[in-house]
Design a protein around this ligand. Structure first.
Ligand SMILES: Cc1cc2nc3c(=O)[nH]c(=O)nc-3n(C[C@H](O)[C@H](O)[C@H](O)COP(=O)(O)O)c2cc1C
Ligand code: SF4
Length: 518
């Protein structure tokens, strides 16, 4: 049997040098006259170990990482094709602590399979969910998804089954499934990882959504900053079409479903579902007032399901193993697993899929290993640029939608960004207002004008000008934005601002030093 070498083609791994490693391995193979198959797999998400190269041996896969091109000769000399020891040797990938502690349901195949091989996908349980769904009525599929407790992973945590039922129950000559792959939140990369590492799971999830709701066409709206994901998704759609997974007769059934990949133009607000629909229709992305809900009147005025990549990619495992199996993981009303993306100033950055319920402290200190700088953790922003900053005193908060809301925070798309004690929370609060001012679609006044006034007022605070009055003004502005904005961009910007003021008051005190520095 010719040896198989797995080298991630994932853009995170590429950014860390995977392409150079692949070239070095290919030329070493040629030089030594060894025949081997190189598979460009996805990443398993342990980015601190990327580029992580794996070889398939008689005793299973053996990993090495992080591999540099200069390591390659030594790896061959150490017999890495048969799992030989080397200083980069990591052993069985599944036993690497960061990976061993995870519960991989949605990401079960990511980094394991060849992303564009349907055979490899099927060998690892792919298409079981779709096959099971085809044996059910649309209403029974929707019931399974509802029963699983799956909630939208894009940010709002809305129950997926209820959204699907609304579309199923709405009459329309044409219905659509739109996948939100805009992934604009800071510190998030789960959507990208799955699109690059296991694209068929998203295709399968969207196809199930189509069959369940009566939609025959799907669109994946991917941000332009993800060229690798776009390329992989386009190829995977082609493969799926050729194999009859997509098309006029899904897996030989009476159901038709096909899909296209569309690329956004780079606006954070185009991740908001109605602005996304405008953008997909070829217009400038502006938030639409609701009602009507997209489920009633969405893309081109037709009933539309809009779901995040991870929501849709979680459906195949639910349809494969059953709603009860999925629901068994998690806590409270947060059921199943969530891919937590650990980023920022952290030692072990990466994607960690786990059942809901771990505390923030466990995630940051135990899984993330604390800061990369070795300094104390000061704050953790959870849920992207609109998420609150959590201080260490709130590290006992379990990862659960309701528990985070109770602490004036949000889980969002489950990205967490870690900051050490050098972070200046006044600057972070200013950044939140500035981000909102830049990204605002401009439709409503609290967001469009409020964010600019917010930047100016925080600048006055930084300069030590009338601190009490200006702090009260920022608070008042936040209340206006929170309750008066049309969408969550203006409505949630107060979260990072107010959490900074509440939990880190010292950073907002008049500081003559700060005035001098400005
Ligand atoms: C300003 C803004 C940006 C958003 N960006 C994204 C995004 O990048 N990806 C995403 O899935 N949802 C995003 N959302 C949430 C979507 O509006 C919507 O709730 C989501 O696509 C629904 O899918 P889900 O139910 O599967 O989460 C954003 C919302 C707002 C207000
Ligand atoms: S809150 Fe901001 S982004 Fe949302 S609709 Fe209003 S102006 Fe547009």
């Amino acid at each position: 049997m010719i040896p198989r070498i797995y080298i991630p083609g994932d853009s995170g791994a590429l950014a860390l040098g995977a392409e150079k490693v692949a070239k070095a391995i290919a030329s070493e193979l040629a030089e030594r006259g060894i025949e081997a198959k190189i598979v460009r797999n996805g990443s398993r998400g342990a980015y601190f170990l990327e580029p992580m190269v794996e070889v398939a041996t008689a005793n299973g896969r053996v990993a090495y990482g992080p591999v540099k091109p200069s390591d390659v000769k030594g790896l061959f000399d150490s017999g890495f094709l048969t799992g030989g020891h080397h200083r980069r040797w990591l052993g069985t990938p599944d036993k690497i602590p960061f990976l061993a502690k995870q519960t991989r349901l949605t990401f079960a195949r990511c980094g394991v399979t060849d992303p564009l091989s349907l055979e490899s996908y099927k060998k690892h349980g792919g298409l079981n969910g779709l096959t099971n769904a085809l044996a059910l009525t649309p209403a029974a599929i929707v019931a399974q998804v509802t029963e699983s407790g799956l909630r939208g992973r894009g940010g709002a945590g809305f129950p997926t089954g209820i959204k699907w039922k609304t579309v199923l129950d709405t009459v329309g000559d044409r219905k659509y499934i739109v996948c939100n792959a805009d992934e604009g939140d800071s510190g998030t990369f789960a959507d990208r990882m799955i699109m690059e590492g296991d694209p068929f799971v998203l295709i399968e999830g969207m196809t199930i959504a189509g069959i369940a709701t009566g939609a025959t066409k799907g669109f994946v709206y991917v941000r332009s900053e993800y060229p690798h994901a776009v390329a992989v998704m386009n190829k995977a759609v082609e493969v799926a079409r050729k194999a009859g997974v997509l098309g006029a007769s899904v897996l030989g059934s009476p159901y038709a479903f096909d899909m296209e990949i569309r690329v956004g133009a780079g606006a954070y607000v185009c991740g908001e579902e109605t602005a996304l629909l405008d953008s997909l229709e070829g217009k400038r992305g502006m938030v639409r007032a609701k009602p009507p809900l997209p489920a009633h009147k969405g893309l081109f005025g037709k009933p539309t399901v809009i779901n995040n990549v991870i929501s849709l990619a979680s459906v195949p495992v639910i349809m494969d193993k059953g709603a009860a199996y999925y629901k068994d993981f998690g806590m409270g009303r947060s059921r199943g697993t969530i891919p937590i993306q650990i980023a920022g100033n952290v030692k072990y950055a990466g994607l960690f899929e786990a059942a809901f319920g771990m505390t923030l402290g466990e995630i940051v200190d135990e899984i993330g290993g604390g800061t990369a700088t070795g300094r104390p953790v000061k704050a953790v922003q959870v849920g992207g640029p609109l998420g609150a900053y959590f201080p260490r005193t709130l590290f006992d908060t379990p990862f659960d939608y309701e528990a985070f809301a109770a602490k004036d925070g949000l889980i969002g798309h489950a990205g967490i960004v870690v900051f050490d004690d050098t972070a200046d929370m006044l600057k972070q609060a200013r950044f939140a207002m500035e981000f909102c001012a830049i990204e605002s679609c401009g439709k409503c006044t609290p967001c469009r004008i409020g964010s600019t006034r917010g930047v100016e007022t925080i600048d006055k605070l930084a300069a030590g000008i009338e601190p009490e009055k200006n702090l009260a003004l920022v608070t008042d502005l936040c209340n206006t934005m929170k309750f008066g904005s049309l969408c969550a961009l203006g409505g949630f910007t107060p979260y990072p601002v107010m959490s900074s003021i509440t939990h880190f008051p010292d950073d907002f005190k008049p500081a003559p030093v700060r005035v001098a520095a400005e």
